[in-house]
Design a protein around this ligand. Structure first.
Ligand code: C5P
Length: 222
């Protein structure tokens, strides 16, 4: 059976809210609750563990753990509390537009590719991406046709994720996603094109857009 880890322990400074980002209300629910409801609606998810800002109570129906000082440390703590289950879905609470269908696309892709250690939600980039030096001048323009913007959910075979997270705190601290920790040890990571609504809430503008999109969903739809 599948288990799901939601990382929600970030402070979300760029949002400028009066509480941790995951607890900010969006369209009538705390941001975190939208992801919990989407994952709970997947029959195959047997347990949900949430890495929370220290001192926060876990919402009903999930296991709560104190988050770590970095995102990957929060993932490691959540996995340690998760008990049995394979594969493992890792999701950021900062992406409240998750749906069961989207998560199933990613778990299904991993299931179909026996060689893959992980499958990750992603979208081809539409902007041109340039490398810029410290002086603000462009040093390189990257070839856009092979660039993807990576999101969560990211779904891992349990053993691959455990091995990937079994590294120094320094390495965990520089990982902006868990898939990179698998890639660096040679694991095959496949992308699943989920272009669409699965935006990440970072700024007040993102919050407004997410609220509009969530508000138009029907009340029963996670
Ligand atoms: O900082 P960023 O927006 O990339 O964080 C992505 C996700 O990781 C957020 O849902 C945030 O709550 C979570 N996080 C965490 N523990 C940390 C830092 C971030 O659970 N120490």
């Amino acid at each position: 059976m599948t288990i799901a880890l939601i990382v929600a322990a970030g402070s979300g400074e760029r949002l400028g809210a009066d509480r941790p980002k995951a607890l900010v209300e969006v369209a009538g629910r705390p941001m975190l609750q939208w992801s919990i409801d989407a994952l709970a609606a997947m029959g195959e998810v047997q347990r949900i563990v949430v890495a929370l800002p220290p001192g926060t109570h876990a919402p009903p129906g999930v296991i709560g753990v104190d988050g770590g000082s970095t995102r990957s440390e929060s993932v490691r703590r959540a996995l340690a509390a998760a008990g049995d289950g394979d594969p493992v879905i890792v999701h950021d609470a900062a992406r409240p537009l998750l749906t069961p269908a989207l998560a199933r696309e990613v778990t299904g892709a991993l299931q179909r590719d026996e060689q893959a250690a992980a499958a990750i939600a992603a979208a081809p980039v539409s902007d041109t991406i340039k490398r810029v030096d410290a002086g603000g001048a462009v040093s390189e323009t990257l070839a856009r046709d092979s660039l993807w913007a990576v999101q969560t959910p990211q779904v891992f075979r349990r053993g691959a994720l455990e091995r990937a997270l079994d590294v120094s705190e320094d390495l965990l601290a520089v990982a902006t996603d868990d898939a990179w920790l698998v890639e660096r040890s040679g694991g095959r990571v496949i992308v699943v094109n989920v272009s669409g609504e699965n935006l990440k809430v970072t700024t007040p503008l993102d919050l407004e857009v997410a609220a509009l999109l969530l508000a138009r969903r029907s009340p029963e739809q996670p």
